[in-house]
Ligand binder design. Structure first.
Ligand code: AGP
Length: 614
């Protein structure tokens, strides 16, 4: 997620902006920049890479000013380069904007503005804001030009703008991503998060959704997008800066677990049309003809991303009726694999830098396979070595254990399966519509599922001292059993195994005794009755069952003994959404067990966030 900072006050603005950006580094970024107003002129300094590069640029070509804005960019549209770094300007260079979020209709607006003579110099969606405000500017102030521009934009955006034609003013806008206004003593701040301003003031106003703040040296005016005054409650932030980086959560992993509804929403945004029941994945760069020509799909990934691939197999085979194989990146190249121009290679990788996955990709490409990446990092190796990328817009994932990136990968795979089905004619618009409706419901279902967090914390209190866990699932939820076991292993260091529940009788059942918890993933689907049998087999051998099932269940209470067993209910959903929802309680279980065991949840021993070695 991008970082935004703005300052208007008596201090030298440049150090305030750079220090504020440094306090937002935890949000992850790949470029940075500042714009300051100095005697009516706007000066910019921007750089790719880390803030130290921006500081060097400022050192080599100093600038000063009485107020200004700054930005750290987490690329979503356009590579992480200096020219794509914010702030962005209009044709005149007098209007400057920084942005966090995604402008869904930026291509239409860009074409319209270009036809009207506006010249663009970046690949970003953000740049259209500066030109739109330029076009909408009349003699009624920057804030009104921004209001007129907002009426034309679709998507999610936190924006901060200045104009040298309307000096001593900062305009901030929120629709989705947060904006906080800091109220100092004769000085004012605006930022995407409180850590950037806590060293100056603890008195803040969190801008409401679809609201605007107009900052001048005399104060701040808060309105809605139509200019109508809105109430602004000043709050005193008591967090220390470190806590603030985690938005008050104890660990980044917990914060990221709770960010999954917005990560899903932003991954879906701009990619589906309910009217025409179609899915758009232009960035895949593969035509319908190419997609129709595919006779097999090979998914290549590691770890949690490999689990996502196993779920993707179900989705793609069900919706696009093309055979899918899923292989570990570390294994694929050693089996003399079969790949051809009719093989679609899909690499799934949060970081885009996993050496084993990249090696597998190169092996598949040797066979002539067209390839796409499902990736969370713009400009990473995997996105540069494939024909196209379906980005997960989960934002930076700081915790080593993948959570929001994983569920965003499942969303991206669902979209991809629908897109393949459309291209190959195996899915009519009428057949696609319920899937699109389900996806649009997903963020709400995720919010509802997160409500089980307190119950899961209790489960962790009961079972955190156990030494071995078994996770069982069937069908599309078998990979979720694997993922749940991996989450527990990697952050609590407890041995855990995921298995297809039907496999239990072929060996693992020998492990079960009264010390072993058996986590069973049992939504009310076509294998629910079989999962009940598995639970009874486990109980007959003394095991404790931790059952995840669908809200409103009236069967499990009759067979489980709640003094030894647990029932966790999550919202009902269409089948292809159940793995996404079931991942949530399993992430929370691993998290709370690890916390109780005093483990380093965000940086587990022996693990790296991105394994760039083979
Ligand atoms: C996930 O919790 C692990 N940290 C790990 O398995 C990870 O999924 C794997 O290393 C692949 O990483 P990637 O998605 O960045 O390629």
């Amino acid at each position: 997620m991008c970082g935004i900072i703005g300052y208007l006050g008596p201090k030298d603005v440049v150090p305030v902006l750079v220090d504020g950006l440094r306090r937002l580094e935890y949000r992850g970024y790949d470029s940075a920049g500042v714009a300051v107003v100095n005697h009516g002129r706007i000066d910019l300094r921007r750089s790719a890479g880390k803030l130290s590069n921006l500081e060097a640029a400022i050192h080599n070509d100093p600038l000063e000013g009485s107020y200004g804005i700054g930005h750290t960019r987490w690329a979503t549209h356009g590579r992480p380069t200096e020219e794509n770094a914010h702030p962005h300007r209009d044709c005149t260079g007098k209007i400057v904007v920084v942005h966090n979020g995604i402008i869904e209709n930026y291509l239409d607006l860009k074409r319209e503005l270009q036809a009207q003579g506006h010249t663009f110099v970046t690949e970003t969606d953000t740049e259209i804001v500066a030109h739109l405000v330029e076009r909408e500017t009349k003699a009624d102030g920057l804030e009104n030009a921004v209001r007129r521009a907002l009426m034309l934009m679709r998507g999610l955006f936190a924006l901060v703008l200045i104009s040298s034609d309307d000096p001593e003013k900062i305009v901030a806008v929120r629709k989705g991503p947060p904006i906080v206004v800091g109220l100092g003593d004769g000085e004012f701040f605006v930022a995407s998060d409180t850590p950037a301003i806590l060293s100056h003031t603890r008195d803040v106003v969190f801008l409401g959704d679809e609201e605007m703040a107009v900052i001048t040296r005399t104060g701040v005016v808060f309105t809605d997008f139509f200019g109508r005054p809105v109430s602004a409650v000043t709050q005193r932030v008591l967090w220390d800066p470190i806590m603030a980086e985690k938005a008050g959560y104890k660990h980044f992993m917990l914060k990221e677990i709770f960010e999954q509804p917005s990560a899903a929403r932003e991954t879906i945004l701009g990619r589906v049309s309910q009217d025409t029941a179609t899915v758009f994945l232009e960035e895949m760069n593969l035509s319908n003809a190419q997609l129709r020509d595919i006779d097999r799909v090979t998914i290549l990934a590691c770890g949690t991303s490999w689990h996502a691939g196993l779920v993707g197999k179900f989705m793609i085979e069900q919706l696009a009726r093309v055979p899918v194989e899923v292989d570990y990146g570390s294994e694929y190249r050693y089996r003399n694999p079969i790949a051809s121009a009719k093989t679609l290679a899909i690499v799934i990788t949060q970081s885009g830098e996993t050496a084993d996955t990249l090696a597998a990709l190169r092996e598949a490409k040797k066979g002539g396979a067209p390839s796409i990446a499902i990736c969370n990092v713009v400009g990473s190796m995997a996105t540069r070595e494939t024909n196209g990328t379906v980005y997960t817009h989960a934002g930076p994932e700081i915790g080593v254990a993948s959570t929001k990136a994983f569920t965003s990968q499942l969303v991206a795979l669902y979209l991809l399966a629908l897109r393949l089905g459309q291209a190959r004619g195996t899915l009519s618009p009428d057949e696609a519509r319920p899937h699109i409706d389900a996806l649009l419901q997903l963020p709400v279902l995720l919010e509802q599922t997160l409500a089980v967090a307190p119950e899961i914390e209790q489960v962790a209190a009961r079972f955190h001292a156990r030494t071995d866990f078994l996770y069982l699932g069937r069908g599309i939820n078998y990979p979720i059993a694997l993922e749940g076991a991996l989450k527990l292993k990697e952050i609590s260091y407890i041995h855990a195994e995921g298995y297809p529940a039907g496999e239990m009788k072929h060996g693992p059942i020998a492990l079960i005794d009264e010390k072993m918890p058996i986590v069973t993933i049992a939504p009310h689907d076509r294998v629910f009755e079989k999962m009940i049998s598995n639970m009874q087999e486990a109980k007959a051998r003394g095991g404790s069952v931790i059952a995840l099932t669908t809200k409103g269940d009236d069967k499990l209470a009759a067979i489980l003994d709640l003094s030894r067993d647990v029932i966790i209910e999550i919202p009902a959903s269409p089948e292809l959404l159940t793995p996404i929802l079931m991942a949530i309680p399993l992430q929370l279980l691993a998290y709370h067990v690890a916390v109780r065991r005093g483990c380093d949840v965000d940086q587990p021993r022996n693990l790296a966030k991105s394994v760039t070695v083979e």
